[in-house]
Design a protein around this ligand. Structure first.
Ligand code: PGA
Length: 245
Protein backbone atom coordinates (compact mmCIF):
# COMPACT_ATOMS: atom_id res chain seq x y z
CA UNK A 1 0.00 0.00 0.00
CA UNK A 2 1.22 3.52 -0.65
CA UNK A 3 1.27 6.26 1.92
CA UNK A 4 1.58 9.80 0.56
CA UNK A 5 4.67 11.66 1.71
CA UNK A 6 4.11 14.57 4.11
CA UNK A 7 6.63 17.34 4.68
CA UNK A 8 5.67 19.41 7.71
CA UNK A 9 7.41 22.56 8.90
CA UNK A 10 7.52 23.48 12.59
CA UNK A 11 8.35 27.16 12.94
CA UNK A 12 8.49 26.99 16.77
CA UNK A 13 8.61 30.51 18.34
CA UNK A 14 9.68 32.15 15.09
CA UNK A 15 7.89 34.33 12.57
CA UNK A 16 6.38 37.80 12.42
CA UNK A 17 3.87 38.95 9.81
CA UNK A 18 6.66 39.53 7.30
CA UNK A 19 7.38 35.79 7.34
CA UNK A 20 4.01 35.08 5.71
CA UNK A 21 5.82 35.78 2.43
CA UNK A 22 7.80 32.55 2.99
CA UNK A 23 4.55 30.57 3.20
CA UNK A 24 3.30 32.24 0.02
CA UNK A 25 6.56 31.27 -1.70
CA UNK A 26 6.21 27.69 -0.44
CA UNK A 27 2.68 27.59 -1.89
CA UNK A 28 3.99 28.74 -5.26
CA UNK A 29 6.80 26.18 -5.14
CA UNK A 30 4.42 23.35 -4.33
CA UNK A 31 2.04 24.42 -7.12
CA UNK A 32 4.97 24.39 -9.55
CA UNK A 33 5.73 20.77 -8.62
CA UNK A 34 2.21 19.78 -9.66
CA UNK A 35 1.32 16.12 -9.21
CA UNK A 36 4.85 15.31 -8.00
CA UNK A 37 4.37 17.40 -4.86
CA UNK A 38 4.02 15.63 -1.51
CA UNK A 39 1.53 16.85 1.08
CA UNK A 40 2.92 19.99 2.69
CA UNK A 41 2.03 21.56 6.04
CA UNK A 42 3.43 24.60 7.82
CA UNK A 43 2.94 25.06 11.57
CA UNK A 44 3.66 28.74 12.31
CA UNK A 45 3.13 30.33 15.74
CA UNK A 46 -0.51 30.79 16.81
CA UNK A 47 -0.37 34.49 15.91
CA UNK A 48 0.08 33.76 12.18
CA UNK A 49 -2.38 30.90 11.74
CA UNK A 50 -5.41 32.92 10.59
CA UNK A 51 -3.45 34.96 8.07
CA UNK A 52 -1.41 31.98 6.83
CA UNK A 53 -4.53 29.84 6.37
CA UNK A 54 -5.79 32.26 3.71
CA UNK A 55 -3.10 30.96 1.36
CA UNK A 56 -2.80 27.65 -0.50
CA UNK A 57 -0.58 25.80 2.00
CA UNK A 58 -2.17 23.62 4.70
CA UNK A 59 -1.57 25.20 8.10
CA UNK A 60 -1.13 23.53 11.48
CA UNK A 61 -0.51 24.53 15.08
CA UNK A 62 2.28 23.49 17.44
CA UNK A 63 0.25 22.69 20.56
CA UNK A 64 -3.21 23.03 22.08
CA UNK A 65 -5.06 22.72 25.38
CA UNK A 66 -7.00 19.55 26.23
CA UNK A 67 -10.27 21.46 26.67
CA UNK A 68 -12.45 23.31 24.21
CA UNK A 69 -12.96 26.58 26.14
CA UNK A 70 -12.88 27.91 29.68
CA UNK A 71 -10.80 29.56 32.38
CA UNK A 72 -7.30 28.72 31.11
CA UNK A 73 -5.46 32.00 30.71
CA UNK A 74 -3.08 32.00 27.78
CA UNK A 75 -4.15 28.63 26.37
CA UNK A 76 -5.58 27.88 22.93
CA UNK A 77 -8.01 25.04 22.18
CA UNK A 78 -8.17 22.73 19.19
CA UNK A 79 -11.62 24.14 18.36
CA UNK A 80 -10.11 27.64 18.19
CA UNK A 81 -7.33 26.34 15.96
CA UNK A 82 -9.83 24.78 13.60
CA UNK A 83 -11.80 28.03 13.58
CA UNK A 84 -8.60 29.92 12.71
CA UNK A 85 -8.02 27.64 9.72
CA UNK A 86 -5.62 24.97 11.02
CA UNK A 87 -5.98 21.42 9.74
CA UNK A 88 -3.40 19.74 12.00
CA UNK A 89 -1.88 20.17 15.44
CA UNK A 90 1.52 18.95 16.65
CA UNK A 91 1.29 17.52 20.17
CA UNK A 92 3.99 16.19 22.49
CA UNK A 93 6.94 17.88 20.81
CA UNK A 94 10.01 17.23 22.96
CA UNK A 95 10.32 20.97 23.63
CA UNK A 96 6.80 20.92 25.13
CA UNK A 97 7.59 17.74 27.04
CA UNK A 98 10.81 19.28 28.43
CA UNK A 99 9.89 22.98 28.83
CA UNK A 100 6.35 22.42 30.13
CA UNK A 101 6.64 19.03 31.80
CA UNK A 102 4.11 17.42 29.45
CA UNK A 103 3.82 13.69 30.10
CA UNK A 104 2.37 10.93 27.93
CA UNK A 105 -1.08 11.13 29.51
CA UNK A 106 -1.35 14.85 28.81
CA UNK A 107 -0.05 14.44 25.27
CA UNK A 108 -2.63 11.72 24.65
CA UNK A 109 -5.41 13.95 26.02
CA UNK A 110 -4.26 16.75 23.72
CA UNK A 111 -4.23 14.39 20.74
CA UNK A 112 -7.75 13.29 21.64
CA UNK A 113 -8.86 16.94 21.78
CA UNK A 114 -7.36 17.49 18.33
CA UNK A 115 -9.18 14.47 16.92
CA UNK A 116 -12.43 15.53 18.58
CA UNK A 117 -12.18 18.87 16.77
CA UNK A 118 -11.87 16.97 13.50
CA UNK A 119 -8.22 17.89 12.99
CA UNK A 120 -5.17 15.72 12.36
CA UNK A 121 -2.86 15.11 15.33
CA UNK A 122 0.90 14.86 14.78
CA UNK A 123 2.17 13.09 17.90
CA UNK A 124 5.91 13.41 18.57
CA UNK A 125 8.05 10.76 20.24
CA UNK A 126 11.81 10.32 20.58
CA UNK A 127 14.57 9.39 22.98
CA UNK A 128 17.15 11.65 24.62
CA UNK A 129 20.86 11.23 24.07
CA UNK A 130 21.25 9.56 27.47
CA UNK A 131 18.49 7.09 26.62
CA UNK A 132 20.07 6.31 23.23
CA UNK A 133 23.47 5.78 24.88
CA UNK A 134 21.95 3.59 27.57
CA UNK A 135 20.43 1.38 24.86
CA UNK A 136 16.85 2.14 25.90
CA UNK A 137 15.73 4.16 22.84
CA UNK A 138 13.31 1.46 21.60
CA UNK A 139 11.81 0.92 25.02
CA UNK A 140 11.35 4.69 25.56
CA UNK A 141 9.71 5.22 22.18
CA UNK A 142 7.46 2.16 22.62
CA UNK A 143 6.35 3.54 25.99
CA UNK A 144 5.65 6.96 24.44
CA UNK A 145 3.64 5.35 21.63
CA UNK A 146 1.61 3.29 24.10
CA UNK A 147 1.06 6.29 26.37
CA UNK A 148 0.54 9.19 23.98
CA UNK A 149 -1.08 7.87 20.81
CA UNK A 150 -4.86 7.47 20.95
CA UNK A 151 -6.70 5.04 18.74
CA UNK A 152 -8.03 6.94 15.75
CA UNK A 153 -9.48 6.53 12.32
CA UNK A 154 -6.86 6.08 9.58
CA UNK A 155 -5.25 9.34 8.50
CA UNK A 156 -6.21 11.24 11.64
CA UNK A 157 -2.94 10.45 13.42
CA UNK A 158 0.59 11.04 12.20
CA UNK A 159 3.56 10.02 14.34
CA UNK A 160 6.81 11.98 14.24
CA UNK A 161 9.94 10.23 15.48
CA UNK A 162 12.28 12.97 16.63
CA UNK A 163 15.32 11.88 18.63
CA UNK A 164 15.76 14.76 21.07
CA UNK A 165 19.52 14.84 20.51
CA UNK A 166 19.05 15.39 16.76
CA UNK A 167 16.74 18.42 17.09
CA UNK A 168 18.46 21.65 16.11
CA UNK A 169 21.90 20.10 16.54
CA UNK A 170 22.87 19.20 12.97
CA UNK A 171 23.23 15.60 14.17
CA UNK A 172 21.10 12.80 12.73
CA UNK A 173 20.94 9.08 13.48
CA UNK A 174 22.41 6.81 10.81
CA UNK A 175 20.04 5.86 8.01
CA UNK A 176 19.99 2.31 9.41
CA UNK A 177 19.01 3.62 12.85
CA UNK A 178 16.21 5.76 11.40
CA UNK A 179 14.83 2.88 9.33
CA UNK A 180 15.10 0.48 12.28
CA UNK A 181 13.23 2.82 14.64
CA UNK A 182 10.50 3.54 12.08
CA UNK A 183 10.06 -0.20 11.53
CA UNK A 184 9.87 -0.72 15.29
CA UNK A 185 7.24 2.03 15.62
CA UNK A 186 5.09 0.46 12.91
CA UNK A 187 5.37 -2.96 14.58
CA UNK A 188 4.40 -1.36 17.89
CA UNK A 189 1.28 0.17 16.29
CA UNK A 190 0.48 -3.14 14.63
CA UNK A 191 0.21 -4.82 18.03
CA UNK A 192 -3.15 -3.09 18.53
CA UNK A 193 -4.28 -2.84 14.89
CA UNK A 194 -2.31 -4.00 11.86
CA UNK A 195 -4.53 -2.18 9.36
CA UNK A 196 -4.13 1.08 11.22
CA UNK A 197 -0.37 0.61 11.47
CA UNK A 198 -0.12 0.15 7.72
CA UNK A 199 -1.74 3.50 6.96
CA UNK A 200 -0.26 5.66 9.73
CA UNK A 201 2.29 8.12 8.32
CA UNK A 202 5.59 8.06 10.24
CA UNK A 203 7.65 11.24 9.91
CA UNK A 204 11.31 11.59 10.83
CA UNK A 205 12.38 14.86 12.48
CA UNK A 206 15.69 16.24 13.71
CA UNK A 207 18.13 18.23 11.56
CA UNK A 208 16.47 17.40 8.24
CA UNK A 209 18.05 19.68 5.60
CA UNK A 210 17.98 19.88 1.79
CA UNK A 211 21.32 18.02 1.79
CA UNK A 212 20.18 14.93 3.72
CA UNK A 213 16.46 14.89 2.86
CA UNK A 214 16.56 12.56 -0.12
CA UNK A 215 18.46 9.77 1.66
CA UNK A 216 16.20 9.99 4.72
CA UNK A 217 12.95 10.23 2.76
CA UNK A 218 13.70 7.10 0.75
CA UNK A 219 14.22 4.90 3.83
CA UNK A 220 11.73 2.13 4.53
CA UNK A 221 8.83 3.25 6.73
CA UNK A 222 9.77 6.95 6.50
CA UNK A 223 6.69 8.72 5.15
CA UNK A 224 7.92 12.26 5.42
CA UNK A 225 9.68 14.74 7.65
CA UNK A 226 8.97 17.19 10.44
CA UNK A 227 11.34 20.06 9.80
CA UNK A 228 12.30 22.82 12.22
CA UNK A 229 15.11 25.22 11.29
CA UNK A 230 15.07 24.41 7.58
CA UNK A 231 11.35 25.20 7.31
CA UNK A 232 11.75 28.91 8.06
CA UNK A 233 12.99 29.85 4.60
CA UNK A 234 11.04 28.77 1.53
CA UNK A 235 14.21 28.04 -0.42
CA UNK A 236 15.46 25.53 2.19
CA UNK A 237 12.06 24.00 2.78
CA UNK A 238 11.43 23.55 -0.95
CA UNK A 239 14.79 21.79 -1.18
CA UNK A 240 13.32 19.18 1.17
CA UNK A 241 9.87 19.12 -0.47
CA UNK A 242 11.52 18.64 -3.86
CA UNK A 243 13.54 15.71 -2.53
CA UNK A 244 10.35 13.63 -2.34
CA UNK A 245 9.96 13.45 -6.12
P1 PGA B 1 15.15 20.82 13.49
O1 PGA B 1 13.83 20.66 14.42
O2 PGA B 1 14.75 20.45 12.09
O3 PGA B 1 15.53 22.27 13.63
O4 PGA B 1 16.18 19.89 14.06
C1 PGA B 1 12.92 19.61 14.21
C2 PGA B 1 11.77 19.72 15.19
O5 PGA B 1 12.00 20.06 16.35
O6 PGA B 1 10.60 19.46 14.82
Amino acid sequence: MTRRKLIAGNWKMNGLNAALAEITAIGAGVAALGAKAPDVLICPPFTLISAAAKGSVAIGAQDCHVGTSGAHTGDISSVMLKDAGASSVIVGHSERRADHGEDDALVRAKAEAVLAAGLQAIVCVGETRAEREAGTAYEVVARQIAGSVPFATPGAIVIAYEPVWAIGTGLTPTNDDIAAMHGAIRRELAKSDAARAAVTPLLYGGSVKPGNAREILTLADVDGALVGGASLKAVDFMGIVGACG
